[in-house]
Write a protein that binds this ligand. Structure first.
Ligand code: NAP
Length: 239
């Protein structure tokens, strides 16, 4: 049977492209979304092999129901891609507890919840692949995006620790840490700001969602990579 892949936050941007590319390759894709109902419906209509599921992945109960739905329907989960996320720019000094909760819940708690709920079936089958979409800011820190950076560094910490814990169960855990990718997340940047960033990138362009999808495909089929933070950033950040 085809591999069953859950992609969180797949109504737009990187997650949407991942879902489309995997569906073309004969995976069964469960594309999770929250607010973008119309885009999600369109994704399903335009692509065979894509099922959509509405859940706010920052809420345990909604995640539990989503995982139950997938297991009832397909009897297994081969791959979880924790892609859902939000970003917001502000000075750390101005941050409030509600901003903290929003950023941590949507970016980090969501990945913790989805992974935890999907794990029993992976452990039972002694097989699985978990991919966390973190960020270069988790690696090197982004000014005015401190809480986002904390959440993404947390995801990378989870990747490393879980890779050790789950390796003996044949479950691989990796992060993909994108640089700047052309999606709604960066629509607030002016053309001038984008051009300034491009000048700092050795490959002289910002990333495309397809750059991330290509790596996802490879990582799913690979068998010996685990605990790694793979940063796709055009050379913008080299550590
Ligand atoms: P995007 O275009 O803004 O899309 C975000 C997606 O996440 C949407 O599909 C949204 O779904 C979903 N989402 C957010 N909160 C959710 C929740 N609680 N439950 C379910 N879905 C939720 O962003 P993107 O650029 O594709 O970002 C995807 C991931 O890559 C994020 O984790 C982001 O932090 C990371 N990343 C992006 C960049 C970049 O430059 N774009 C760089 C580094 C890392 P709805 O609209 O349906 O709510």
């Amino acid at each position: 049977m085809k591999k069953v892949v859950i992609v969180t936050g797949a109504s737009r941007g990187i997650g949407r492209k991942i879902a489309i590319e995997l569906a073309k390759e004969d995976y069964i894709v469960v594309a999770n979304y929250n607010k973008s109902e119309e885009q999600a419906q369109k994704l399903k209509q335009e692509n065979d092999n894509i099922e959509i599921y509405k859940a706010d992945v920052s809420k345990r109960e909604e995640v539990r129901k989503m995982i139950e739905f997938v297991i009832n329907k397909y009897k297994k989960i081969d791959v979880v891609i924790n892609n859902a996320g939000i970003s917001e720019s502000s000075l750390f000094i101005d941050a409030t507890d509600s901003i903290w909760e929003k950023m941590i819940n949507n970016n980090l708690y969501s990945a913790y919840c989805v992974t935890q709920e999907a794990l029993p079936i992976m452990l039972h089958r002694k097989k699985g692949c978990i991919i966390n979409i973190s960020s270069v800011w988790g690696m090197v820190g982004g000014a005015c995006e401190t809480i986002y950076s904390i959440a993404k560094a947390g995801m990378d910490g989870m990747t490393k620790a879980l890779a050790k814990e789950l390796g003996p169960s044949n479950i691989r855990v990796n992060s993909i840490a994108p640089g700047i990718i052309d999606t709604d997340m960066n629509k607030n940047l002016t053309e001038e700001e984008i051009n300034r960033i491009k000048e700092e990138i050795p490959l002289e362009r910002i990333g495309k969602t397809s750059d991330i999808a290509k790596c996802i495909k490879w990582l799913i089929e690979d068998e010996y990579t685990t605990g790694q933070i793979i940063s796709i950033n055009g050379g913008w950040v080299i550590v």
